[in-house]
Every structure is written in C-alpha cells, then in structure tokens.
Design a protein around this ligand. Structure first.
Ligand SMILES: NC(=O)c1ccc[n+]([C@@H]2O[C@H](COP(=O)([O-])OP(=O)(O)OC[C@H]3O[C@@H](n4cnc5c(N)ncnc54)[C@H](O)[C@@H]3O)[C@@H](O)[C@H]2O)c1
Length: 251
C-alpha cells in the first residue's frame, strides 16, 4: 500500500494506538499531522517520524474545544496544503457506573469521544470538498460501542454513537468521493487513558494474545488505501474474534 503524496491527520497520535497509526501511514509515504493535547508526546512522535525522514508536524489541540479543532484543521491545511486522510482516534473513558457518574463526567466523555470525531470530520470534510480531494476518514470505535459494560457508561454510549456516526457520514460524504469507515478494537496494548500494559489483564479471544497497536495500524492503513475502494461505512473489527464468542465460550 502506498500513501505517497498524501497528508494524514491522526488525532491522539501522541502514544499507543494513534502513535502506531501515525508511524504506519508514514512508513507508507504519507506526511503526518500529529494531533494531541500533550505537547511533549506530540513532539516526541514528530521527532521519531522526522528521524525517519518523514514530513511531520505537531499540532497541540484539546479536541473537547470546537474552536481549537477549527484552528487546528486550518493550521494543518495551511502547513501541508491539503488533507487526504483523517483518523479520529482520541477518546477517554469515564470508567464509571450509572449510579456513580456525574453529569460533568458524562458530558466530558461524550464531548471528547463522540462530538470531537464528528466536529473534526466536519472541519476536515469541508477542506476535502473545497479541494476536491478523494479523502478517507476512519473513526476508531470500540467493541464497547456494541456491548454494555460494567466499567463504563458514557464511553459505551459514545462509542455506540461513533459506530452510527460513521454510517451517516459515509452516506453524506459519498457523493464527494470521501470514504468513511470505522475500526473496532478490543484490548489493544494498554487500556484507554493508561500508558502501561498490564500483562495480567484477562484476554478472551480466538488469537489467545493481547492486541498490539500495530494490529490497529494495519487495519487503518488498509481502510485508507485504494485496496479498500469498495469498502464504505463498514465497521472493521480488530478484536481477535472476541466479539463472535458466545458467553460461556466458543466450544
Ligand atoms: N487501548 C485499548 O485497548 C482500546 C480498546 C478499544 C478501543 N480503543 C480506542 O482506541 C483509541 C486509542 O486508544 P488508546 O488506548 O491508544 O488511548 P490512549 O489513552 O493511550 O491515548 C490517547 C491519546 O489521546 C490524547 N488525548 C487525550 N485527550 C485528548 C484531548 N482532549 N485532545 C487531544 N488529545 C487528547 C492523549 O494525550 C493520548 O496521547 C481510542 O478511541 C479508544 O477508545 C482502545
């Protein structure tokens, strides 16, 4: 797969899954806009990419702030001159139960995990349409968007929203030659919001191993390539098959 000459924007590219996606698209020729709240993380990823000879720049942005998204998309477009690929990767989890979550935590989780992907895509899609760019947008969802979960309530609702947002975006942007898809991870590297991988984290899937960020990066690289030209509005599960196992096991 070649992304030579393309410009890819990866949100939350400062570590883990986003970082791996940024490196993978860069290795296939794309210039990379590294978007993250954390300046230090973003700068480090840009330094690593630049060290490989990749054209990359850091854009510090809090995606919970729509005005920062507008400014960031404008700055990326001004810097690179075009945007071909957007990977909406940032999310936070509330890690709460319905009985103990407060409204502010609910709202912040939805702002970052659901509203930000919508608004980032809206701002980028405007640029793609104006430039007549055949673009690709990938939203990073989660198996938690399909199943309830004891440990998170706002995150589960937001990720369910990301799944159907993807379908609606795919329909509404199809006439502009912009393809929209989602990837659906489960237990990839460290948990959302954490830096460290816990080897004792229970893993139940058909591959008998934890997912690694490169598993997601491979899927994203495929979905934004010409090889997936006939794939639109789909949810590509990257979960080791855990979602097909009935409660009680696969036997
Ligand atoms: N890790 C998993 O096991 C797993 C499982 C299912 C889905 N996912 C999804 O994959 C994606 C990436 O997960 P991860 O585990 O790599 O996340 P992570 O928490 O390790 O990294 C997220 C990055 O986003 C940045 N960020 C956080 N808030 C931000 C904000 N308001 N504005 C801009 N940047 C911000 C952080 O600085 C960090 O660099 C998320 O959408 C997550 O829901 C992950």
């Amino acid at each position: 797969m070649s992304h030579a000459g393309k410009v890819a924007v990866v949100t939350g590219a400062g570590r883990n899954i986003g970082e791996a996606i940024a490196h993978r698209l860069a290795d296939e020729g794309a210039a990379i806009a590294v978007v993250d709240l954390d300046q230090g993380r973003a700068d480090k990823v840009v330094a690593d990419l630049s060290g490989k000879g990749v054209s990359a720049a850091a854009f510090v942005c809090d995606v919970s702030k729509p005005e920062q998204i507008e400014t960031t998309v404008g700055a990326i477009h001004a810097y690179f001159g075009r945007i071909d690929i957007l990977v909406n990767n940032v999310a936070i989890s509330d890690n709460k139960n319905i009985l103990d979550i407060d409204l502010a935590t609910w709202q912040r989780t939805l702002d970052i995990t659901l509203t930000a992907p919508f608004y980032f895509a809206k701002c980028v899609a405007h640029r793609m349409v104006e430039d007549q760019t055949s673009g690709n947008i990938v939203n990073v969802s989660s198996t938690t968007g399909y199943f309830g979960r004891g440990r998170a309530i706002a995150y589960a609702a937001a990720k369910g929203g990301v799944v159907n947002l993807t379908r609606a975006m795919a329909i509404q942007l199809a006439d502009y030659n912009i393809r929209v898809n989602s990837v659906v991870p489960n237990k990839i590297g460290s948990p959302v919001g954490k830096d460290d991988f816990d080897p004792s984290r229970p893993i139940v899937n058909l591959r008998n191993r934890a997912g690694v960020p490169d598993d997601l990066a491979n899927a994203v690289a495929f979905l934004v390539s010409d090889q997936s030209d006939f794939i639109v509005g789909t949810d590509l599960f990257v979960d080791g098959g855990c979602s097909v196992i009935m409660p009680g096991g696969s036997g």
